[in-house]
Design a protein around this ligand. Structure first.
Ligand SMILES: NC(=O)c1ccc[n+]([C@@H]2O[C@H](COP(=O)([O-])OP(=O)(O)OC[C@H]3O[C@@H](n4cnc5c(N)ncnc54)[C@H](O)[C@@H]3O)[C@@H](O)[C@H]2O)c1
Ligand SMILES: [Zn+2]
Length: 381
């Protein structure tokens, strides 16, 4: 494995991840990284046919720009625009992608490129993993959430009427190109949503460093976020590129160690058990990152109750999230018993207890699989 890392606005950084047979993803991260798509396709040995799957927003803002990187003498590029958000993660759209590939005579060496947020990469990944038992897949995530999370880690999926992400696969893209410049067109609510996920990484950073080769920088992610918390986050923030790069590395290291979530990978679920329940019970009125932010505070409160962490850490986290424009409390419209019911469906249980990831000793460290009773949960919710 080789890894180099530079800050935002510097040259594009390439990360070659090769620690296990299953996880072989090239990651290009940095401002302007999308211009590497042509050379990335050459490096992965792509066939001539390339399908670019985009969503309405990325079709407007980025499609022409990305098409310009792919010379017609090298590639036959076709495009498919899918509906915005969860509306594209359906069996119907999966079939439409398969049919597009079939009509254009795609072969196994040809490539599917996802140009969009996490909904597009989930659909495109599932389609690429299943058509002819697997085409080349390259992800060009355009939302902050997709850059730090959805595009990394090899999970793909679509929703069924019974629930979110019920059909899917583990399928690692050949390359991920995370271009922070593409975030300039992202609506502020979506930028803040990505920030909620980044706080999760900050709260697991020391644990990831302890169990993998990930190294904490001269300033921890939490310290960087604390310095930024006083002002509104913008895509042009000079710290953002470095922060995205740290989150990607953290996820790659964790996934490389535990691709199928049998141990360490569970630390990525911090804040997510309550977060998922809030998203579902609120009919997705809270964005993913907002719901996760509330979940992070609830998990930290549980830690304080269990004397795992000092109350001051909880206060520090709450203040940072509030300054960053993220919510910290369960909105009053939610009923605790319904949320707890939804949380029990989401997670492994130990009798009537739910196993959660909780902050341990200091912000940055976590303990996995802590059994929590419904009464303890009700108190913090
Ligand atoms: N596979 C995984 O490991 C994983 C992890 C986390 C989330 N997810 C999935 O990801 C999805 C959420 O990701 P998301 O928040 O990126 O959702 P999304 O794809 O719905 O994008 C959010 C919104 O931002 C818009 N957008 C995206 N990039 C833009 C840009 N550059 N400029 C302007 N608008 C832009 C989209 O049109 C959309 O309206 C969910 O479906 C979730 O299940 C998957
Ligand atoms: Zn998440």
């Amino acid at each position: 494995m080789s890894m180099r890392h530079k800050r935002h606005r510097g040259p594009v950084v390439t990360i070659n991840w090769n620690t296990t047979l299953e996880v072989k993803t090239r990651v290009a991260v940095g401002s302007g990284a999308r211009h590497k798509l042509n050379s990335v396709l050459a490096q992965i040995g792509s066939g001539r046919r390339v399908l670019l799957i985009c969503q309405p927003s990325t079709a407007v803002h980025w499609l022409r720009d990305v098409m310009a990187v792919l010379p017609s003498e090298d590639f036959q590029v076709t495009t498919l625009e899918v509906p915005d958000g969860e509306a594209c993660k359906t069996p119907e759209w999966l079939i439409r992608v398969w049919e597009h590939l079939q009509d254009r005579k795609f072969e196994r060496k040809d490539t599917v490129v996802a140009l969009g947020g996490g909904s597009v990469s989930d659909l495109a990944g599932f389609a690429a993993s299943t058509y002819m038992r697997g085409l080349n897949l390259v992800l060009l995530p355009t939302s902050l959430l997709a850059q730090v999370d959805a595009a990394i880690g090899g999970k793909t999926g679509i929703n069924l009427s019974a629930g979110k992400n019920l059909a899917g696969s583990f399928y690692f893209p050949k390359a991920v190109i995370a271009d922070s410049e593409m975030l300039v067109s992202l609506p502020q609510k979506q930028l803040i949503s990505g920030l909620g996920e980044i706080y999760k990484y900050a709260l697991i950073e020391d644990t990831v460093a302890k169990h993998t080769d990930y190294e904490v920088g001269p300033r921890s992610l939490l310290e960087l976020l604390e310095a930024m918390a006083g002002h509104t986050l913008t895509a042009e923030d000079p710290s953002l590129g470095g922060i995205i790069s740290s989150c990607i590395k953290m996820k790659l290291f964790v996934v490389g160690k535990d691709p199928h979530e049998s141990g360490l990978r569970r630390c990525l679920n911090l804040g997510h058990t309550l977060g998922h329940a809030l998203e579902k019970m609120g009919d997705y009125s809270l964005s993913h990152g907002e719901a996760v932010a509330i979940g992070l505070v609830a998990d930290t409160k549980l830690s304080v109750d269990q004397k795992r962490i000092e109350k001051d850490s909880l206060k520090r986290l709450q203040q940072m999230l509030e300054k960053a424009g993220l919510p910290t409390k369960v909105p009053s419209a939610f009923r605790a018993e319904k949320l707890i019911e939804a949380m029990s469906m989401d997670k492994k249980r130990d009798g009537d207890k739910i196993k959660l990831v909780l902050p341990q000793a200091k912000l940055g460290q976590v303990e996995l699989d802590v059994p929590i009773s419904p009464d303890d949960l009700a108190r913090v919710i």
